[in-house]
Design a protein around this ligand. Sequence first.
Ligand SMILES: *[C@@H]1O[C@H](CO)[C@@H](O)[C@H](O)[C@H]1NC(C)=O
Ligand SMILES: *[C@@H]1O[C@H](CO)[C@@H](O)[C@H](O)[C@H]1NC(C)=O
Length: 461
Amino acid sequence: MKLSTTQVLLAGAGLTAALPHMDSPRQRLLNGLDLPPKFGSSSKTETPGKAVPYTPEHRDPYDRAVDAIGEDLDPLPWRNGLGASVLGPWNPERSRENPDLVRPPSTDHGAIANMRWSFADSHIRIEEQEGGWTRQTTVRELGTSVELASVNMRLDSGAIRELHWHKEAEWAYVLDGEVRITALDYEGGNFIDDLKKGDLWYFPSGVPHSLQGLGENGTEFLLIFDSGSFSEESTFVLTDWLAHTPKSVIAENFNLAPEVFARLPKSEKYIFQGSQPGSIDEERPRGKEVKKSKYNFSHRMLDQEPKKTSGGEVRVTDSKNFPISKTVAAAHAIIEPGALREMHWHPIADEWSFFIRGRARVTIFAAEGMARTFNYGPGDVGIVPKNMGHFVENIGDEPVEMLEVFRSDEFRDFSLFQWMGETPQRMVVDTMFADDPENGKVFWDKVKDAHKDEIRHYDHN
Ligand SMILES: *[C@@H]1O[C@H](CO)[C@@H](O)[C@H](O)[C@H]1NC(C)=O
Ligand SMILES: *[C@@H]1O[C@H](CO)[C@@H](O)[C@H](O)[C@H]1NC(C)=O
């Protein structure tokens, strides 16, 4: 065993015990030490010669994924004998989250804009008034998030996101808990509904609305706005408007004495603790001219019967089954361990993905020989510009649960598998297997009865 100079010097001085944590796999490799047995084998990545990934000896001509978090490995920039160790500063936690940035597949090439943002890197806004928080991922955080922006919001039980509106339409997915939503439609009809995990709402541009956390723990949800430059800081808030309107005008507007408004809030309230509401029926406005909306601004996405695929399940919600949602379409996908959201592309809109559970790798093909691979985990946002080919591979040991969201009235994708099966055999084989007719036949037998299987189980490990 060879020791590094530092170790020899420190050992000589009797200082070994005073070293900082030196037992990480990376540090051991840098020091030329053997790895503990638990790093010695990895069923997914083992190749003849027993080398672990991220060593100069490791070879993998097929660029298989490595789950650096699940296998507790420190990714290092070694690939098929190329690369070198790291001498400078290094952030092992972030490297583990992005193993395919540290050691990209050999198929990656060229400069592609960043397509990943973690909500963990977003600033959280906490207000004076307790009861909630928000954070956002917009084009300011993630430059490629041009078509859609997002806000992740938490409202504790009773907490209210106050009455407001904005020029962008708002689509939302309830991540957990319960929430009451209220809105007014373009024809003056009111809407009130109580939503739970997996439910959606959609408010068209300008529609005024409010949100309130219900139940024991309130709610948390993901909001999507149909413009990347949306900012949660720039919505039209009722109290802000009133605070900036002469009291004499407010009095005229409501035909009341100005004194009635003497104690209105002096600035916007935004998120604040409200009183616990009763049932929808108890709370419903009952004035003479008041009417219920003819429209339904909510939808139970997770209650939809999923499409079962060989490696998971998919639910699609767009204007076909949620008619009011004219500018946002979405798919909810569950990708089982070992399965792949198949190679595909979306023709009309950029994909804005949000990862709820699991660990994934995605390679985005941008034409002109360019491709780049990104990793995603819980709370991460991904972008795939329209028409760029991609897949989502589950690289962990739990299901990947994700939303694919689009600024579009309908969800649309093209499946590579289906395309191959729906193309004349000669065309397919001449293109891919001109030098290898035997495998051309194997391939054709597989794709010829192609049907769309959005999430594929892979059993050739
Ligand atoms: C509320 O949160 C607490 C603490 O996390 C949990 O024990 C409880 O089950 C939650 N209640 C509901 C209704 O989800
Ligand atoms: C809206 O539609 C959903 C079905 O997705 C239904 O469960 C709900 O009761 C409807 N809400 C209103 C207020 O009509």
